[in-house]
Write a protein that binds this ligand. Sequence first.
Ligand code: ZN
Length: 273
Amino acid sequence: MPPPAFEPLLVEVDNAGPTTGTGNNTYLLTSADAPACLIDAGVGTAVHLDRLAHHLAARQTSLADVLVTHAHPDHSAGAPSLSHRFGVSRFTKYRWPAEDDRRIAWAYVDDGTALCVAGTTLVALHTPGHSPDHLAFWHEPSGTIFTGDLVNRRSSVAIVFSRGGDLTSYLASLERLLALNPTRLLPGHGPAIEHAGEALRTTLAHRRAREAQVMAALGTGHETVGAIADSIYDGLQPALMPLARETVRAHLEKLKADGRAIDERSRWRASTR
Ligand SMILES: [Zn+2]
């Protein structure tokens, strides 16, 4: 017998902006015999809450669980609004004491935890790099991964070094997802990805190309994070330059850890070893 269809319902948050693209995606999982589960909390926009209310009413169900991929506000700040409006009984994420909203009694989970939600099972995968607390949620029977901010087909993912971003971890997280051989990725931003392996390989290749650009910038005498970012991200909209500088810094820190770059009082150069 084929496995039952697994069709998460996309519920858009309506928070388009320079760092969110067309806005955040959340995904509603419903079942005939269990209350619903939402992947990611959004930010509490009225239109998002109304859309959720509409879908829940149409299916005569309630919202019991919210799984949060990470504490960045566009994925988690809506938790109090969801709690207030729908009486959600459990908000689940990976612990990040510095960033977790203290108004919520989070149910913290570790890597590998099986989560029984909406009549099915998702496995929490600790996939740090974009943020230290990042979780992806793996639905093995359908080959689907909810990927949060690990992959975005419309723009590259920011690695914010000053807030716990780590490029080496990020690449390892992508490799880990690839090893699961998924068929579909449902990201926190941008369209669903049906060619999962190809998208993960493309994302890894993009990072390697970016690393080569950073090495080339060092080779032509660019010494500061700002100068390197300006040389690589020429033409980027100004609102995104702070994130571009953070990502360049993350690349430099990885190159330093790999023994390929040296940092002296915030002046960078290639290692001659
Ligand atoms: Zn994020």
